[in-house]
Design a protein around this ligand. Sequence first.
Ligand SMILES: [Zn+2]
Length: 101
Amino acid sequence: MTETSIPVRTCVGCRERVPVTELLRVVARDGILVPDPRRRLPGRGASLHPTPECLHAAVRRRAFPRALRCSAPVEAGPLRAHVLGTPSAAAPGSVPDGQRP
Ligand SMILES: [Zn+2]
């Protein structure tokens, strides 16, 4: 008998294997990445640390389309807002987007 049976998933950002309880589940709906904190939405999901670092890493290496088996690019707007904790219209003058190397 095992007491702890928490499944382990790989974070699509940093590729670390961690218990699912530490990760945010993400699903794609109509080409848009949607956070699924309760892990209830149907369909294929990707797991991610809910941190800006892992989100950026995942977006940068296009890990979401690969993990979710989407052929089309996915929009990360709602997911980004969820992870960064900034509602898209609530930060006038300080938009974190636009940082391009
Ligand atoms: Zn991570």
